[in-house]
Ligand binder design. Structure first.
Ligand SMILES: Cc1cc2nc3c(=O)[nH]c(=O)nc-3n(C[C@H](O)[C@H](O)[C@H](O)COP(=O)(O)OP(=O)(O)OC[C@H]3O[C@@H](n4cnc5c(N)ncnc54)[C@H](O)[C@@H]3O)c2cc1C
Length: 413
């Protein structure tokens, strides 16, 4: 079995950023990828998906967007091209079409076993993605087998779905984008709305993420938030990246004909029991949005920035009354349920005791309790944008510096 200093598992943005930082610090390593570079984007994206972060936020260590449309939003094929170029320019030592099937540490060194051989290594970086598998609630088990159900990672386009109405569960970025596309294709969409965050695409003449970046919201550190557990479980923003910079949220969907209902509680056959929480969750999202927009207003005033006048505030909750407590899928003509309920991770190949009782890797900023074992790309790993393209680089540098110091025999505090 060949020996190498570091094995990186996964060649998405996290694995590529890690490889760049290790190369800069002259650490010999290999990146093992079960598919091709950016495999997740290649195989688990719907056709119309674009990034919701503007191009200027596509920044990785040593490489960033340099096209002529910094305020635009990349399509998935452009993004894959971007990652392919990054891998080529940084000469990432990628071993593709190779799956890691076991990681053990029988002695001082790790052994990384793949379906095509293995490596012995002093350190291992797990970069297999925060959104590895769909998190589908147990209510799905009660659904009649004659209703099709799928996760967003298996959705490509509306024509793929059986005829009839569609129930989408979850109103974060993915849920609202799919609801809009499927409703516009001529089907009736019902959207089960739980806790959510909404913001306009632009505010006072600037992209909303430009303001959040300027306010330091996106790179807020773990130490600066009240509860890291609460922050890690916040839903993603209701946003979409379109050339016309239009907003997309539950209020707009309702105007487009989407029917809004409360959270799904349980399902038995065709009967879906719903929570009576639609007004509460839309009102909470309205309050949160008002809070963020007024922070931006205060920032503009305090810094005497040139900005457009504030747009009138559009609240959603007064229009969300009378949500039903039950939905009969058969009588409503609903033939498909899409679970836009987030993602989870599983590490059946990791045979080192660093998992908590929920199966998550225990870590502090990506450093696990097993010396030499790291994880990268987790949600709010060190900063709010740790799992974004724009944020993974800072965390990768920290881990690379630790690995390089270990090689030199120094442990970084
Ligand atoms: C729908 C969606 C839209 C998003 N939009 C944005 C956006 O607009 N802007 C933004 O900044 N972020 C966005 N994100 C968040 C983030 O950028 C992505 O989740 C991104 O894919 C994370 O990159 P990663 O490298 O951490 O993980 P991944 O891209 O998931 O890469 C992990 C890699 O590991 C490989 N792998 C897994 N297991 C093994 C194994 N056992 N052996 C070998 N290889 C393995 C996989 O094949 C994969 O290539 C979005 C996420 C989703 C789901």
């Amino acid at each position: 079995m060949p020996h190498i200093t570091t094995v990186v598992i996964g060649a998405g943005q996290a694995g590529l950023a890690m490889s760049y930082c290790l190369s800069e610090l002259l650490v010999d390593h290999v990146v093992i990828e079960r598919g091709k570079v950016a495999q997740r984007w290649r195989s688990q994206s719907w056709d119309s998906l674009t990034l919701l972060t503007p191009n200027w936020m596509t920044r990785l260590p040593g490489f960033q967007y340099d096209g002529d449309d910094p305020d635009g939003f990349m399509s998935v094929s452009d993004l894959i091209g971007f990652f392919d170029r990054y891998a080529a320019v940084s000469r990432a030592p990628i071993v593709s079409d190779t799956s890691v099937i076991r990681v053990v540490r029988p002695g001082e060194r790790f052994r990384v076993i793949t379906d095509r051989g293995g490596w012995s290594a002093d350190s291992v970086v797990i970069a297999t993605g925060y959104c590895d598998l769909p998190a589908v609630p147990s209510a799905s088990l009660g659904l009649s087998t004659s209703i099709a159900q799928l996760a967003p990672s298996n959705y490509r386009r509306p024509e793929q779905l059986p005829p009839g109405g569609v129930l989408i569960v979850g109103a974060s970025a993915t849920g609202v984008q799919l609801a809009d596309e499927i409703q516009q294709s001529g089907r009736q969409v019902t959207l089960a709305v739980g806790r959510h965050l909404r913001l306009p695409r632009t505010y006072r003449g600037r992209d909303i993420l430009w303001w959040l970046d300027r306010l330091g919201v996106l790179d807020k550190s773990v130490d600066a938030v009240h509860s890291i557990d609460v922050s890690r479980h916040q839903p993603s923003l209701q946003l979409v990246g379109r050339a016309d910079r239009s907003s997309l949220d539950v209020g707009i969907l309702q105007e487009h004909g989407v029917r809004l209902v409360g959270r799904v509680r349980d399902i038995s056959g065709y009967q879906v029991r719903l929570a009576d929480d639609l007004i509460a969750s839309t009102a909470a999202a309205d309050i949160k949005m008002a809070e963020i927009l007024s922070r931006i207003d205060r920032h503009i005033a305090a810094n005497e920035l040139a900005a457009d006048d504030p747009e009138p505030f559009r609240s959603t909750w007064p229009r969300t009354e009378n949500s039903p407590e039950r939905l009969d899928l058969k009588s409503e003509g609903i033939e498909t349920v899409i679970w836009a309920t987030g993602c989870r991770r599983a590490y059946p190949w990791l045979q080192i005791p660093v998992l908590d009782r929920r199966g998550e890797i225990v870590h502090d900023g990506g450093f696990t309790p097993a010396f030499g074992l790291y994880v990268l790309g987790m949600n709010f790993q060190r900063r709010r944008n740790s799992s974004f393209i724009d944020g993974v680089g800072g965390d990768a540098w920290k881990i690379a510096e630790q690995i390089a110091s270990s090689v030199a025999g120094v442990r970084v505090a």
